[in-house]
Design a protein around this ligand. Structure first.
Ligand code: NAD
Length: 365
């Protein structure tokens, strides 16, 4: 690249142990009068207590599941319309935050969620305010204009300015209850964001810096948090790393590894982080170049081979799926073909056509 780039980051970010206590102040600062709170079941009890404490919360949708469905978006938008909300608060992992983002974007309209999802109608011009509170350290959804929503088995990523949160409240203490498995896959999802932001064809100097620091922090802390969920310093480092990784891919967008994650999730129901981790070390080897070597050295490693080996070791430690044989029956040409046509594949620095992807998957058979 030359020395010209564009960088912008519009989200107000509050970070730190205990900062979730200041959610009321954040709502005041954003002049929120009525907000719908969206969360998964793990937060349902606390959501009720929060509603009693913060009168601006007018309704709660607490049934978000992993790989969030359009039906949850529709229900949240209905609640927002009914109580004339001016904001939606997403508290949870990427699934709850993405549900909140999509619902905030469509609530100002009067059509059904399906009509926006299938492109029959453009999204309304102005979204409700979005406040994101991550409770996993992985997706970075709190700082991106991306929302990933499924309709049945179809999983669709939409990138639109209406999904950009107004505020992110990142309190690492909220992640202490995340299970070891989810800690590992979300940590590797954040690693994938940082690496893909760095090797993306649209990378730039500021996002490269964010990516290198995110990778360094994940390498130093993921093992500790996986083994001891109560390790506060490691949890805080991973929440920070996830935030940096989100900022590092928000503009450059992700590439080959994320492109492959969609067929892997849709066909074999791998959770997002595990689906990204499945090919991440392969893509480190394929995309290895001078820039990635520089990132590795900044992250404290000897080079790209050491990085690929560390990612593989993380996967083995947590018993993640590492071979196609672990998935069941796989038609390699069909899988390669589905990955090749995903739009994010165009963003990979090394051209990956069907033949190249078949070769990669055959090595993972
Ligand atoms: P998730 O939100 O699906 O949560 C995984 C599980 O962990 C759920 O059962 C949830 O209830 C539980 N959980 C969450 N926080 C917890 C906590 N603190 N304690 C105990 N349990 C907790 O998982 P995720 O990996 O955070 O998000 C994945 C989703 O985000 C996928 O749909 C993925 O496609 C999407 N995603 C979005 C972006 C974006 O920029 N919008 C980026 C990456 C991924």
């Amino acid at each position: 690249m030359g020395n010209d780039f564009f960088y912008a980051q519009p989200v107000k970010i509050w970070f730190g142990d205990g900062c979730f206590e200041r959610l009321g102040e954040v709502l005041d600062e954003l002049k929120v009068r009525r907000a719908v709170l969206v969360c998964g079941r793990h937060f349902a009890g606390e959501a009720q207590l929060l509603k009693e404490k913060l009168p601006a919360i007018c309704a709660i949708f607490s049934a978000v599941e992993p790989n969030p469905q359009l039906s949850g978006v529709a229900e949240t938008a209905r609640l927002a319309r009914d109580c004339q909300a001016d904001a939606v608060i997403g508290i949870g992992g990427g699934s709850a935050m993405d549900t909140a983002k999509y619902a905030a974007a469509i609530a100002p309209g009067d059509a059904e969620a399906e009509q926006y999802y299938h492109g029959a109608l453009p999204l309304p011009e102005k979204a409700l305010s979005i406040i994101c509170v991550p409770t996993t350290a992985g997706t970075g959804s709190e700082v991106t204009q991306v929302s990933v929503i499924s309709n049945g088995s179809e999983k669709r990523t939409t990138n639109h300015p209406s999904f950009m949160p107004k505020a992110a409240v990142v309190d690492p203490l909220l992640t202490l209850s995340v299970s070891p498995y989810t800690t590992m896959i979300t940590g590797l999802d954040a690693m994938a964001h940082a690496l893909e932001g760095c090797w993306s064809r649209n990378h730039q100097p500021i996002t490269d810096l964010l990516a290198a620091e995110a990778v360094r922090l994940i390498l130093e802390n993921l093992d500790t948090a996986y083994r001891d969920g109560a390790a506060k310093e490691a949890r805080a480092a991973l929440s920070y790393a996830s935030l940096l990784a989100g900022l590092s891919f928000a503009l450059p967008k992700t590439a080959g590894c994320h492109a492959c994650s969609y067929p892997l999730s849709e066909n074999w129901h791998l959770p997002h982080g595990e689906a990204c981790a499945f090919t991440l070390d392969s893509f480190v080897r394929i995309n290895a170049d001078d820039r990635l070597e520089t990132l590795c050295r900044k992250a404290g490693l000897s080079g790209t081979k050491a990085l690929a080996d560390r990612i593989r070791a993380f996967k083995q430690e947590a018993g993640l799926k590492t071979r196609l044989a672990d998935l069941g029956e796989v038609d390699i040409p069909a899988l390669a073909s589905a990955c090749a046509v995903h739009p994010l594949m165009q963003n990979n620095p090394v051209r990956m056509d069907e033949a190249a992807l078949e070769k990669m998957f055959e090595a993972l058979a």
